[in-house]
Unconditional design. Structure first.
Length: 231
């Protein structure tokens, strides 16, 4: 992205900007592409049906990337899954990975729809980065091929009420992942697999059992304050 560059708009983008947001030629909008920060651009062509074009004016914010944190969660009902993706984008996840666990009900997800939620969340909170939402991965396969350098904060409901928190002495600036289970929780086999993974730290999110969407936000808050970019 650079000053003076012309950016053509796709039909859906033009529809959103001119049809929904009622912008027109001469109006200014803020742009980001996930790599070059935020830029002001002016509408130079607006056609409700045919698309349109923007001209890039000046940079208004530098690129800000979140720490290298994956949020892994077992998809639940549609609205709650949407909520998790939206909050993960706001809270600074670098990658969002829906995982199928033994007790996960959802067999498939609409990756494109979830990705669109992540884009919208980044737009809403003035972000310059959009986390990628991957397709549904099987947890057992992911754990079998777990990247050596990535630490895993395993939120285990079996530890509710136990003193098992994220230590401040854990590696900062390293790649991390958070794992949140489904409504049915984790199976004993999954717990055993996680216990055998040296990169995994089983932690408690307090004395109460939280719903998965609440747990995702709580876990990200805990991680960001202890090891992430809040401090
Ligand atoms: N049905 C399960 C609860 C699942 S809650 C039961 O009654 O035991 C959904 C997910 O949120 C869990 O798999 C876990 O990842 C997370 N979670 C909820 N409360 C938690 C807590 N107090 N400590 C750690 N993880 C928690």
């Amino acid at each position: 992205m650079g000053e003076g560059q012309t950016i053509p708009l796709s039909q859906p983008q033009a529809h959103y900007l001119f049809g929904v947001m009622r912008q027109g030629v001469g109006d200014a909008v803020l742009l980001f592409n996930g790599e070059a920060g935020e830029w002001r651009a002016d509408v130079i062509e607006a056609g409700k049906q045919r698309g349109g074009a923007l001209q890039v004016a000046e940079q208004t914010a530098p690129q800000r990337n979140p720490p290298d944190l994956w949020l892994m969660f077992a998809p639940i009902k549609k609205a709650r899954t949407d909520f998790i993706v939206e909050k993960a984008a706001e809270m600074g996840a670098a990658q969002i990975i829906p995982v199928q666990t033994e007790f996960t009900n959802a067999e498939r997800i609409r990756q494109d729809r979830l990705q669109a939620h992540a884009v919208e969340a980044a737009e809403q909170c003035g972000g310059t980065f959009v986390p990628e939402v991957s397709d549904l991965h099987r947890l057992d396969r992911m754990l079998a091929n777990w990247p050596e350098e990535r630490h895993l904060m395993f939120c285990d409901e079996a530890l509710a009420g136990h003193a098992a928190t994220l230590g401040r002495d854990l590696p900062r600036g390293a790649p991390w992942a958070i794992l949140i289970g489904p409504e049915g929780g984790f199976s004993e086999a999954e717990r055993a697999r996680l216990a055998a993974l040296p990169q995994a730290y089983a932690i408690s999110l307090g004395p109460r059992i939280l719903r998965a969407d609440t747990a995702a936000v709580a876990a990200m808050t805990l991680w960001q304050t202890t090891l992430g970019d809040w401090t």
